[in-house]
Ligand binder design. Structure first.
Ligand SMILES: Cc1cc2nc3c(=O)[nH]c(=O)nc-3n(C[C@H](O)[C@H](O)[C@H](O)COP(=O)(O)OP(=O)(O)OC[C@H]3O[C@@H](n4cnc5c(N)ncnc54)[C@H](O)[C@@H]3O)c2cc1C
Length: 361
């Protein structure tokens, strides 16, 4: 219900997959674009193809300016990348390509391109990653689920405590760190905190400025529905008309991930939550779209809500959110890693964690 695919650019992820003997890649995921009423459409309307070609030709040199975005973290974000992505597209005259970026950004629950700062879009869709989506390269789609990798890693950890909830963290007078948990206190020299940072302020003593910093973190309410449904187009389908802010509560995409299992009728459906819609209304929307797409015998299998994509807005980025956060690294013996530090993909999380350990440990 969560992470599903890796891209060919996930070099560190692949290194770990090799180290932990996890080499199966899963089936090639075919892809299509659809109108909400069910008809298949082309990703770019035909009349926009000449503009698309022109913009596409300019893209490599434009993106080369922002190579630093590939570095782990968000230190030194160029000012123009703090602005919302649609503003950056306007400034760079990318009227057609902005739609292509939007298809692969919004469908995965990362919010609206009129609000989201450009640097986040570039963290996901650097030139190589965008090409992987456009060219349908062989993505990694772990047959036993992405958790197979951490599970294999966990097998080699000698003191792993599952179901152990961290409640409070204190720095001792001796300089060490005491972690209060529901299984009693634990003592460490240093701690790396990788749980969502929105909850951090409740676990440690912070000064007011720091509390404000953590309060500026926002996220996207994102839902994944698993449906059993017959007769659906057997591919990953995107519905661009459902990706705008006015269409929240409608399905933006579906994945037919288990293409290798000949007869399966299981799909996952991706929806940005709409505060003004009830569960029943969202389901009604999804199920009527599935029916328009040809789906029959539609049965809900399960649903999961995610507080997805922890991030900050343009104002917080411009006022140095990440510099201030990075300056807190090591304070009270606590370090931060995890998705907010480098954007929510597995590869980005691994890259940041490795850089953190190399720098401070
Ligand atoms: C629907 C969805 C689809 C996605 N698809 C992809 C994809 O296809 N490819 C991709 O690369 N990425 C994908 N991602 C992103 C990726 O899954 C995340 O970025 C990544 O898992 C984040 O790792 P993390 O370690 O920062 O956080 P998490 O994986 O969220 O881990 C945080 C952990 O902290 C634990 N925790 C929280 N509070 C406490 C506490 N008080 N005490 C103890 N433990 C605590 C939680 O239980 C959790 O296990 C997707 C995410 C979602 C939600």
């Amino acid at each position: 219900m969560g992470a599903l695919i890796g891209l060919p650019s996930y070099k560190l992820t692949m290194e770990y997959m090799e180290r932990f003997d996890l080499l199966e890649k899963g089936p090639l995921l075919d892809r299509g674009f659809f109108h909400p009423q069910g008809s298949r459409i082309s990703q770019i309307p035909l009349e926009q193809m000449p503009d698309f070609a022109r913009e596409f030709k300019r893209l490599p040199s434009l993106m080369r300016r922002y190579e630093s975005v590939r570095e782990p973290g968000f230190r030194q974000v160029p000012p123009e990348l703090c602005k919302p992505f649609s503003t950056w597209c306007d400034e760079n005259e990318l009227t057609v390509l902005r739609q292509v970026f939007m298809h692969y950004f919004c469908a995965f629950g990362f919010g609206n391109i009129d609000d989201v700062p450009t640097v986040y879009v570039m963290k996901l869709l650097n030139y190589d990653n965008l090409m992987s989506f456009i060219e349908i390269t062989h993505m990694i789609s772990w047959p036993s689920g992405v958790t197979e990798l951490p599970r294999r890693m966990a097998d080699r950890v000698s003191d792993l405590r599952l179901t152990c909830e961290v409640q409070r963290i204190y720095q001792e007078n001796t300089g060490g760190v005491r972690v209060e948990t529901n299984q009693g206190p634990l003592y460490f020299d240093k701690v790396i905190y990788t749980a969502p940072l929105q909850g951090f302020a409740q676990k440690v003593e912070l000064i007011r400025d720091e509390e404000e910093l953590f309060k500026s973190i926002i996220d996207e309410k994102f839902r994944v529905y698993a449906y059993r449904v017959e007769n659906m187009p057997k591919l990953s389908g995107y519905i661009p008309d459902n990706m705008g802010i006015a269409s929240r509560g409608n399905m933006m995409a579906w994945y037919y991930r288990w293409a290798d299992l000949a007869q399966t009728d299981l799909i996952t459906v991706y929806v940005a939550e709409n505060d003004h819609m009830s569960d029943a209304e969202i389901r009604e929307n999804i199920e009527s779209t599935l029916a328009s797409l040809g789906g029959e015998n539609i049965r809900l299998y399960m649903m999961k809500r995610w507080n997805h994509f922890p991030h900050v807005d343009t104002a917080a980025l411009e006022s140095g959110f990440y510099e201030r956060l990075e300056n807190l690294q090591g304070k009270n013996g606590i370090y931060f890693a995890g998705e907010i530090m480098n954007f929510p993909t597995l590869e980005n999380c691994i890259r940041y964690a490795k850089a953190l350990v190399n720098r401070y440990f």
